[in-house]
Design a protein around this ligand. Sequence first.
Ligand SMILES: *Cc1c(COP(=O)(O)O)cnc(C)c1O
Length: 374
Amino acid sequence: MQFIDLKTQFERIEKDVLTRVEDVLRGQKYIMGPEVSELEQRLAEFAGVKHALSCASGTDALVIPLMAYELKETDAVFVPAFTFFASAESITLAKATPVFVDCDPITFNISAVSLESAIEKVIAEGKLTPKGIITVDLFGCPADYDEIDRVAKKHDLFVLEDAAQGFGGIYKGKRAGSFGDVAATSFFPAKPLGGYGDGGAIFTNDDKLAELYRSIRIHGQGSDKYDNVRIGINGRLDTLQAAILLSKLDIFEDEIEARNKVAGVYFDRLHDVIQTPSILKDCTSVWAQFTLVAKDEAQREQIIESLKAKAIPYAIYYPIPIHLSTAYKTLGYKLGDLPVSEYLSSRVLSLPMHPYLSVAEIDTITAAVRSAVS
Ligand SMILES: *Cc1c(COP(=O)(O)O)cnc(C)c1O
């Protein structure tokens, strides 16, 4: 059994992928080839936004929009502590200061209440200037954008949606990738829409921002390729990855449906014995992860032992909330500052999740979980 089964997916799309890859190899436009713009057009249509710009990774997809805001160390960008490190790291890479926010214990996403109190605390302290919010669609489920927009408007903050795990998900009729001023996603192989290497994309409806991102993505180039008008990065997506992603995009909606069926069976088999994920009303998750919350650390350990005994793979996303990470020690956070993130870090456990998981496999997994908790 695999945690994420990319092999079965490859067998499904093998012919198409190989044809597309061969086309790139014969065409030899390895950088910014025609597949890149084709993919960008299809991604924009899929997300329902005006501009989609591909880039080299999900991290770059966060860093490029942040660089466009020309932030400085005294600028605060609010970000949940319970997420993948890159959500916060991108803020530091863009020279601003991350301010960590707690999450909702049920949806795992940024808590509007914690966000407001973090903003008010920053204003009261007077050392940092609130500039923006990074929301994360954690484990595949969109954050509560009506609530976040209300807070952002009140304090005049930009919103950057980190849809690295949530791309393809839906919040009140709109696709993830279309929220906030700008959104970022990742095509890391294990993400719901993943390539065969690193990749990412930026989404916005704003023409001016899109132009800035285009420039930053390629060394801050101006209208003349060799007149660099700002500092940028080398943030392009390889043409080969674009070709592969075009093939994967063809089956993505079908895979989202399959992921939801898997999640439904998991829920059915487990909700009476352990905390299973909850999705906001009017939302669809893409189930980047199916994450349980044990009642304490000891129970999580029991479940892990039971899974190991059956050779069932599992993962812990995330064992250390970012405010307590070694890299951010200098910011001075301590245990107890963000209780929900800390609570979850010691109790969460993610089960195998992919579109090709069979009911028989789910039965094996859930039986192992049930026997550990009952
Ligand atoms: C994976 C991930 C990223 C970073 O994406 P890369 O493509 O690995 O750089 C950022 N944020 C979240 C929430 C992620 O899960």
